[in-house]
Design a protein around this ligand. Sequence first.
Ligand SMILES: Nc1ncnc2c1ncn2[C@@H]1O[C@H](COP(=O)(O)OP(=O)(O)OP(=O)(O)O)[C@@H](O)[C@H]1O
Length: 323
Amino acid sequence: MIEISNLQKSFNERKILKNISFTIDDGEICGLVGRSGAGKSTLLRCINGLESYDAGSLKIDGFEVKNHSEKEIRQFRKNIGMIFQSFSLMERKTVYQNVALPMECWGYGKEEIDKRVKELLKIVDIEDKIHEKPRSLSGGQKQRVAIARALTLHPKILLCDEATSALDPKTTQSILLLLKKINETLGIAVVFVTHQMSVVRQICHKVCILENGEIMAKGAVNEVFMDQPQSLRNLLGENEEVILPQDGVTIKISYSGENVNDRLLSDMAQKIGVGFSLVWAKTEKYRDTVLGFVIINVDKNHISLVDKYLNDVGARWEVLTNE
Ligand SMILES: Nc1ncnc2c1ncn2[C@@H]1O[C@H](COP(=O)(O)OP(=O)(O)OP(=O)(O)O)[C@@H](O)[C@H]1O
């Protein structure tokens, strides 16, 4: 379990992380998102003990990460694997040798290394490239090797720094599926720093949105995406321009596949006898649920009935325009 409480970090008097608090439970996947320079990588480096922090607490399974000897930190880092956008493989070594490296550094015997490397190459589905050098591999294959290497010492946590940002969409999908499988079968917690919201939607249980070193929103992914806090809107941008009607009241309704069924609007029309015009709608698939977003326009005389109905069924909604 990762427990971060009021964490603060400055570089040259400049506050980079301000009062960061959140927890990641064992086996959870947490997305850390935010604009460039928000402090995501610094936070990741604090988690694996590469960077210290000025105040607050960062505990992993009860172990406060800062103020330890080199030896203690080295031992602690065995619990944490890390993968990067740039893969960071050793070009002169083969796939086998790259994956074997952490175990060699820790002085494991040849036989144990051989068994573990082959087992991992099978998990990441790249056994056929065992004797190749990184230069002959595609980006996705290189990331598979990097994932295998990150898992050699049986870590409890995998930190991913923009791990899919250099990959095309199809390869990104296959790496996300692999990380999901690893999370589910090995129970490893994953912290995923990314700019790609699709990554958060598809594999993360939780998300933290960082802005200028502060957490602006955090929580279960479907909750945060349904609430659409300003920090999330800032990140998503205005990529869909919807033309809103000039008269009546235009409202946006958000609902999840768990608490409101897809007959929400037709039921509303039937039960309260109110018509509406559909302005825009979309559904999005998340890890464990589907979210629906609908914009409708109703006569202003009917808005109190609509208000009551939507509150009764537990849908979230907001007024976009009111004539
Ligand atoms: N070692 C350092 N010394 C001084 N300033 C640093 C150092 N490392 C990071 N910073 C500064 O801290 C801020 C946060 O950097 P960080 O790399 O954590 O952001 P980020 O959210 O990961 O950005 P990106 O998405 O571009 O990787 C930036 O303004 C950066 O310049």
